[in-house]
Design a binder for this molecule. Structure first.
Ligand SMILES: Cc1ncc(COP(=O)(O)O)c(C=O)c1O
Length: 388
């Protein structure tokens, strides 16, 4: 029996690793819940020596546990937690220099658009807006030698246009571009952009990663040590770090990501299906619906369709009574929490986007966006039924 070779231990499944994120991080006491290291500074053992932590802007043990869990979840080499999703995007754009251009999804989150137009453009870094669900259009835009990066949201907010990340990664590789994916909507539970060839994955961790509408946070996952080194420098130099309490909240949320996402998308699928058969609904945007453009890409490369649904009613006059009358959905401007929210993208999240882009992609005054939570799906459907 002795000479039977031992088989190597089976790698743990992602749901197991998520549930146990950080549980073995406190060697001193064995605490299961990662301690919140609410400290700005750390005592030096001696001159020229460090415990590994010196000052919490540079690194903090609670934040580090979260960052390690995020890196592992996305299959990256290192992750960085920021004070918000926009702070994470800001760190990534600081990798570029004045005179350089970045090809960006045209129907991206309005706050990211505002950042590009009103902060980076005056500093000489320009966004080139493209329909990134059209790989040929991306290829054409990347032919400009000033283009040095590609920043893609997929599926887009709120009309769920799906990009072929593999095809875009090939274009980025050919042209030597930095390829970043904002994966806020699907999270690594449903889509792992590094496996498709992305260099960086971005998150508003405020949303599904934290998942409880109780914290504002952001994250960047780097695929290579060189990018990680540069981002570590920028995170420390610019300082938009996530604090220890908020790091703990995101870490706690992360433990139930698998459960939550499965329920979010089961509910979203049912709500989308019901809406698609309602006579007063003109259009439903949900990547899991049969016939949704890009559904096949997510079936091929991803492992889910997420919890976001947008729908267009037949008459804009229905919108105010729906927003005022919802009793289970909450009229509020965020997404990804356990509670279902409803928003009017044209007036809210996408108010900063040019009207002609909104009209072209279908963000009009009849469009409503749902962040479908983990409640009972029948309650959610009944809530909409009463108002439609
Ligand atoms: C896709 C996407 N990226 C980035 C952000 C910005 O994140 P935060 O609000 O955490 O700064 C948002 C916010 O809604 C978003 O929806």
């Amino acid at each position: 029996m002795d000479d039977i070779p031992c088989s190597p231990p089976r790698p743990l499944a992602r749901a197991t690793r998520l549930a146990q994120a950080g549980t073995r991080s406190d060697a001193a006491t064995g605490a299961i819940s990662t301690p919140i290291h609410q400290t700005a500074s750390f005592r030096h053992p001696a001159l020229g020596r460090s415990s590994g932590f010196d000052y919490s802007r540079t690194s903090n043990p609670t934040r580090l546990v979260l960052e390690q869990a995020l890196a592992e979840l996305d299959g990256g080499c290192r992750a960085f937690a920021f004070a918000s999703g926009l702070a994470a995007i800001d760190a990534v754009v600081r990798l570029f220099a004045p005179g350089e251009r970045i090809v960006v999804t045209e129907d991206l989150y309005g706050g990211t658009y505002r950042l590009f137009q009103h902060v980076y453009r005056p500093l000489g870094i320009e966004a080139v807006y493209v329909d990134t669900s059209d790989a040929a259009a991306v290829r054409a835009a990347c032919a400009d030698p000033r283009v040095r990066g590609l920043l893609v949201e997929s599926p887009t907010n709120p009309v769920m246009r799906v990009a072929d990340l593999r095809a875009l990664a090939a274009i980025a590789r050919e042209r030597g571009l930095l390829f970043a994916v904002d994966n806020t909507f699907l999270t690594a539970w449903c889509q792992r952009p590094i496996e498709q060839g992305a260099d960086l994955v971005l998150y508003s961790a405020t949303k599904f990663l934290a998942g409880h509408n109780d914290v504002v946070a952001g994250a960047v996952v780097a695929a290579t040590p060189a990018l990680a080194e540069r981002l570590a420098f920028l995170q420390n130099a610019a300082g938009a770090i996530l604090g220890p309490q908020d790091s703990w909240l995101v870490l706690r949320g992360l433990k139930t990501l698998a459960l939550r996402l499965e329920r979010h998308q089961a509910n979203a699928g049912r709500v989308a299906d019901w809406l698609s058969r309602h006579p007063r609904v003109r259009r439903v945007h949900y990547p899991g619906l049969e016939g949704h453009p890009g559904r096949d890409i997510l079936l091929r490369d991803g492992s889910g369709f997420g919890g976001m649904v947008a729908f267009e009613v037949d008459d804009a006059a229905r919108v105010p009574p729906i927003l005022a009358g919802v009793r289970v959905f909450i009229f509020a401007e965020s997404l990804g929490g356990v509670e279902s929210l409803i928003t009017h993208p044209l007036a809210q999240t996408h108010a900063d986007l040019p009207r002609e882009v909104c009209e072209r992609v279908g963000i009009n005054n009849r469009l409503l966006r749902l962040s479908v939570g983990i409640e009972d799906a029948d309650d959610l459907i009944r809530d909409l039924e009463a108002l439609l």
